[in-house]
Design a protein around this ligand. Structure first.
Ligand code: FAD
Ligand code: EPU
Length: 337
């Protein structure tokens, strides 16, 4: 085990925030993970698990042990007439898995193309895009319990997935470290092109019988057209969740803002936070080193030397102005560290 000291995390978080880890190590197996956790426990050091750092906001130096998850492996473990079960190490890069699945004609991940980060973090917030969430392709996962260093298997039900939610962000927060995930993928694709933009891109390209590769390419084209590339400009994707409001509140807002978009759900109406933020006048605004992306108002950006505190202050001002204009409370999607 190689424990390094005072390591910069700036290149290890996609916001590009310059903060340091007091201690830092990389793990490539559940055994080395257990070893690192024991080391931290013996010294009473707190622990942060880091995947691709694409959904965190560093607000301070981390005065403990940062464990970078690099457990590898993509393994076909079972199949039947209709499905493949694939076990994937937590440190595998999410989009590498998507590409591997497409190359092997394993269907189900194509709408989730190009989401940054690792497989191990994907269940944390039940990642989703373009009409699909990982709960749709999830079978089970194995996680190491911090307190006992024992491996536990979690079924889909155990994970309590919701929109950008799981048990690991709530009741079991900071208690388990995900080591591997088993996905249940399909032999015969069940194509999901409900998201209007996917249909439009396919039409533009003259594709009327898409396969999973064409869907993946369409998703990649849409994403690259509006989401900033973290290698060029620091960001963590959507900063807030899309709020669900009561149907009665939505109907009232519609009388004042007839063009307000909304998706009807059983529990109310989901309103795109990007629309609310744009209408409140924030889109493309820059404040020193931080700002609101010009093509997607839900994405806060760091132009280079921004601090976590600058992003938080901007986020709070946005929350306040959206509350004043629409009476809607925006909740952050990003994890504050
Ligand atoms: P990290 O940021 O490293 O970690 C996130 C949280 O999970 C932290 O609390 C960390 O401690 C914890 N964690 C990480 N790995 C483990 C593990 N193995 N076990 C236990 N806890 C762990 N998300 C979407 O859902 N849909 C999108 O379309 C999307 N688009 C994005 C676009 C851009 C440009 C960016 C920058 C981000 C986007 N995101 C999106 C957010 C992000 O990609 C996902 O949340 C991703 O799953 C984070 O993975 P990560 O490995 O980078 O996690
Ligand atoms: N919109 C605006 N102005 C903006 C941005 C959006 O008016 O600046 C409105 C438009 O009406 C648009 C609608 O919002 O039609 C939806 O926008 P978009 O399709 O870009 O999706 P989103 O709701 O902003 C969500 C996810 C993304 C995911 C996309 C595609 C959340 C919080 N975000 O964004 O996930 O990639 O849908 O499915 O649910 C992430 O979680 O980090 C992320 C990027």
């Amino acid at each position: 085990m190689n424990i390094q000291e005072n390591i910069s995390l700036q290149r290890l978080n996609t916001f590009g925030i310059a903060r340091n880890a007091r201690f830092f190590t990389i793990v490539g197996s559940s055994e080395s993970l257990a070893e690192a956790l024991s080391w931290a426990k013996d010294r009473n050091e707190k622990v942060l698990i880091l995947g691709g750092g694409s959904n965190i906001l560093l607000t301070a130096d981390f005065n403990g042990l940062v464990i970078k998850m690099e457990i590898q492996g993509i393994e076909l473990i079972a199949e039947d007439d209709a499905h493949y079960w694939v076990k994937v190490g937590a440190g595998v890069i999410w989009h590498d898995l998507v590409s591997y699945a497409i190359d092997h004609n394993w269907a189900g991940l194509e709408n989730l193309s190009l989401i940054p980060g690792t497989v191990g973090a994907s269940p944390m917030q039940n990642i989703g895009a373009y009409g699909v969430e990982i709960q749709d392709v999830f079978e089970s996962l194995e996680a190491l319990e911090k307190a006992t260093l024992r491996i536990k298997t979690f079924s889909k039900q155990d994970c309590k997935f919701g929109y950008r939610e799981s048990v690991f962000k709530n009741e079991l927060k900071d208690q388990y470290i995900i080591c591997s995930v088993i996905f249940k993928l399909k032999k015969k694709p069940d194509l999901n092109i409900e998201y209007g933009a996917i249909r439009d891109v396919l039409k533009e390209k003259g594709i009327d019988q898409p396969g999973i590769r064409e869907i993946s390419e369409a998703v990649i084209a849409i994403r690259t057209s509006k989401l900033p590339d973290p290698k060029v400009i620091g960001n963590a994707g959507s900063f807030f969740k899309n709020p669900t409001i009561l149907t009665s509140q939505f109907n009232e807002l519609k009388t004042v803002f007839p063009e307000i978009p909304g998706y009807i759900l059983n529990e109310g109406v989901k309103v795109p936070a990007g629309w609310l933020i744009e209408q409140a006048g924030w889109k493309g605004k820059r404040f020193g080193e931080v700002g609101v992306h010009s093509k997607q108002a839900l994405v806060l950006v760091n132009y280079g030397n921004g601090k976590g505190e600058d992003i938080i202050s901007l986020a709070q001002q946005i929350q306040q102005s959206v509350m004043e204009k629409f009476g809607i409370q925006l909740q952050p999607e990003v994890n504050f560290i």
